[in-house]
Design a protein around this ligand. Structure first.
Ligand code: ZN
Length: 209
């Protein structure tokens, strides 16, 4: 069973991917991790990615596709994968189709207000980098790290304006992919609002595994 996960930042697809992988033996493959590993291991493709990223450029489709193709070729246990962060463009989706069979595309739907609430409540410790959430995982004392007593702060990326901007970019980028996979008959919408365990359960029901 090979899956693609689509979902806005803060829709919780990473958490659900990890849970689903644990329960079913599917391998989660995130493009972000793939880039980092290739750069760290200094593979041929990794060195190319590294020089592009160091120059502040965007990794071109062909390179991303080559990396994913290489990674998928090494996936031989036959259980399947969860692709997270790929494909991101129609060109990537077209290429993927030529070398890999996708069984379903899971589209996690969470209303923007909910995502803004989730992301804007995140806090980080200035000293030890521990993560908190003012609602879901509050520190014992407001704005103070439980672990080291350091001051907590909000990342710039997690300000409501910045989140709104990221959501708009995501929607514009992803709508063509949603249409693409709908046309292919592979798209499954999943309500990403409940707790991750519940969302994971809905995914398993929807794909029958
Ligand atoms: Zn701390």
């Amino acid at each position: 069973m090979n899956l693609i996960f689509l979902g806005a930042p803060g829709a919780g697809k990473g958490t659900v991917a990890a849970k689903l992988a644990e329960q079913t033996g599917l391998t989660p493959i995130s493009t972000g991790d793939l880039f980092r590993a290739a750069v760290k291991n200094e593979t041929d493709l990794g060195l190319k990615v590294k020089s592009i990223m160091e120059a502040g450029g965007l990794v071109p489709d062909e390179l991303t596709i080559a990396l994913v193709k290489e990674r998928l070729a090494s996936e031989t246990d036959g259980k399947g994968v969860i692709l997270d962060g790929f494909p991101r463009t129609i060109a990537q989706a077209d290429a993927l189709k030529t070398f890999f069979k996708i069984d379903a595309v899971i589209n996690f739907i969470v209303p923007d207000e909910k995502i803004i609430k989730r992301l804007s409540g995140r806090r980080l410790c200035r000293q030890c980098n521990a993560g908190y959430h003012i609602e879901y995982m509050p520190p014992k004392t407001e704005n103070v790290c439980d672990a080291c007593g350091g001051e907590l702060f909000t990342r710039k990326d997690d300000s409501p304006e910045s989140i709104q901007n990221r959501l708009a970019v995501y929607a514009a980028q992803t709508q063509p992919l949603i249409d693409y996979y709908k046309k292919e008959g592979l798209l499954i919408d999943i309500d990403g609002t409940p707790q991750p365990d519940t969302v994971c359960e809905s995914v398993r029901k929807a794909i029958g595994c």
